[in-house]
Design a protein around this ligand. Structure first.
Ligand code: GLY
Length: 564
């Protein structure tokens, strides 16, 4: 009886207080008044906050933190990958930066198919053919040129020191280096930096070759990376590993400043990433769909709220599969997808009682007209309230596992984010169609959703997360947690998450996400389930009464908030 009583009390505690643990005093949670950096590694957050203390602005800090992550968080921080950024100036002007990787000029629609037209398993994920033309170095330079205050070499100096002198690997990094050792050996028989019998927490990782590459970039800017010896080494290694990249692909790579997606949600304004990321469009669709229903009244993770969110997600991911791709190559109908009338019509067959079978869900119809799983995120706010939200990736852990010989950095496997064949899922289970088909120099569709939220015209929240296809729904839930369910930033980030992406036909959920009765009701309504270890690793900053509240995600032990 006593045992039963304790069980009931502990379950009540778990499912009350919005699934949140008590707020601990940890490096995952901090309040400060002046400036803040949240990243996936304490050493990278320190680099960012030091730049801010020395008078750099949020963009300077973002550039320095990115280069530091390329050293201390090699599974996702990168020189050989790409990313997206949302920048909001102290005056409130917002801009998006796209430095997504690009398909090589020799890429073609059927490059991953065998002679029977079937996708060759793994070809878009590992080795040289998986590599897209990297955008990170050009992107960081472009944003620094436009907004930065500090000298370029100063922003690389801390990363160079970390690479040269080494640093103690964390438990999580040691685990991953051990886990992928076989792949490192397969693609990099010459490279010893990341390969050793067994990595242990606290082992020192020195990267002299990477330090040299960073020194070249510090001296020469992107020219030192996209031309000359580094470029030649990249092309040689990619081609030796079965790829098709050439020197002209590298030389012609250009980052692009774009107009962000801006959608209203209640008395908030949500600013996020336009194509070639699907993040901003999908997030905007989800928010506008749920705005029409009283979810605050229904409650956090109640049956009605969860059922609505899942049904909205199914329809939005079905649209994503059909209509989203690189808007420079395909007429992505952004305005139509975000049109409130369209979204209302999209939910016309929504039943409060029953899950809509995925066989009944297709991409929505409207008149087309020409119009216009490892990643990492950094959120930064500076003393003037300039804010930057940046998500960057190599795609999988350590990307294609291909390391550039003599220069010490991993190359991405971002080509897997294209649709290799209509309807055939990629590593995230995402399907695609013509909009995201492979074409020379096209950018592959992303789910990265770096986001900034304004309230009544003022900076309110900066957030984003890794997580492949689950990025969009993790950002979506974090915003709802704060805006509709009155959580603080830490609570909103730690709250359990769920995700539905239309296909596969199930709700992915974290343990203890739903109470037993909500789970039963969702099953009765016809939903299917798959429990997963975790969804997203959100890094966010909330600005209230001019105080900054930063939250890293307890799902990654190494997440770290620094502020002053
Ligand atoms: N590589 C994951 C994404 O861009 O969505």
């Amino acid at each position: 009886m006593q045992k039963l009583f304790l069980l009931v009390i502990s379950s009540l505690l778990i499912f009350s207080c919005k699934n949140n643990p008590a707020v601990p005093k940890s490096r995952h949670h901090l309040k400060s008044d002046t400036a803040m950096v949240v990243s996936a590694h304490p050493l990278a957050s320190k680099v960012g906050i030091d730049i801010l203390k020395k008078g750099g602005n949020a963009v300077d800090a973002m550039v320095a933190t990115n280069f530091a992550l390329a050293v201390v968080y090699p599974r996702a921080g990168n020189l050989g990958g790409g990313g997206f950024m949302i920048i909001r100036t102290p005056e409130g002007a917002a801009q998006a930066l796209d430095y997504r990787e690009m398909a090589p000029a020799k890429a073609h629609k059927d490059m991953y198919l065998d002679d029977k037209g079937q996708v060759i398993e793994g070809l878009s994920r590992n080795g040289g053919l998986a590599v897209g033309v990297p955008g990170t170095v050009a992107g960081l330079y472009a944003v620094w040129q436009k907004y930065g205050k500090k000298d370029w070499p100063q922003l690389l100096a801390p990363a160079i020191e970390l690479a040269k002198n080494g640093f103690a690997v964390t438990e999580a990094e040691a685990h991953r280096l051990n886990k992928y050792k076989k792949d490192f050996v397969k693609y990099n028989s010459d490279n010893q930096t990341f390969i050793k019998d067994r990595w242990l927490k606290g082992d020192i990782l020195k990267q002299p070759e990477l330090a040299n590459t960073l020194q070249i970039i510090a001296r020469q800017g992107p020219k030192g990376f996209y031309e000359g010896a580094v470029a030649k080494a990249m092309v040689d290694k990619v081609n030796k590993s079965g790829g098709i990249m050439n020197l002209s692909d590298l030389k012609s790579y250009t980052p692009k400043f774009r107009k962000p997606i801006v959608v209203p949600y209640k008395n908030y304004k949500v600013i996020s990433m336009p194509p070639p990321s699907s993040g901003g469009v999908a997030l905007g669709q989800l928010l506008q769909i749920v705005e029409a229903y009283p979810i605050k009244q229904w409650g956090f993770h109640s049956f009605k709220t969860s059922h609505l969110m899942v049904e909205a997600e199914k329809r939005v991911y079905a649209d994503r599969a059909k209509y989203l791709g690189d808007a420079d190559y395909y007429p992505v109908p952004v305005d139509s997808l975000l049109n409130p009338e369209y979204l209302k019509m999209r939910m016309a067959d929504f039943s409060f009682e029953k899950a809509t079978p995925v066989s009944n869900i297709f991409a929505g119809k409207f008149e087309l007209h020409k119009e216009s799983f490892e990643t990492t995120h950094i959120s930064i706010v500076d003393k003037d309230r300039m804010a930057v939200s940046c998500t960057t990736t190599l795609n999988s852990n350590y990307g294609s596992k291909v390391i550039v010989d003599g220069y010490g950095f991993f190359l991405n496997n971002e080509m897997d984010d294209f649709s290799a064949k209509p309807g055939v899922p990629n590593q995230f289970g995402l399907i695609g169609a013509e909009a995201n088909a492979i074409a020379p120099r096209k950018r592959m569709l992303s789910s990265m959703t770096p986001t900034i939220v304004e309230k009544n015209g003022n900076l309110f929240m900066v957030l984003g997360t890794p997580g492949g296809s689950t990025i969009i729904t993790s950002v979506f839930q974090t915003i709802l947690n704060v805006v509709d369910f009155d959580m603080n930033m830490y609570e909103a980030v730690q709250a359990k998450r769920f995700h539905n992406q239309f296909l596969p036909d199930y709700i992915m959920y974290e343990k203890q996400c739903f109470s037993r009765s909500v789970m039963d009701s969702l099953k009765q309504a016809g939903h299917h389930f798959k429990q997963v270890k975790s969804l997203g690793i959100v890094k966010a900053i909330l600005i209230k009464n001019n105080t900054l509240e930063g939250a890293g995600d307890e799902r990654n032990k190494d997440d770290d908030v620094k502020g002053y």
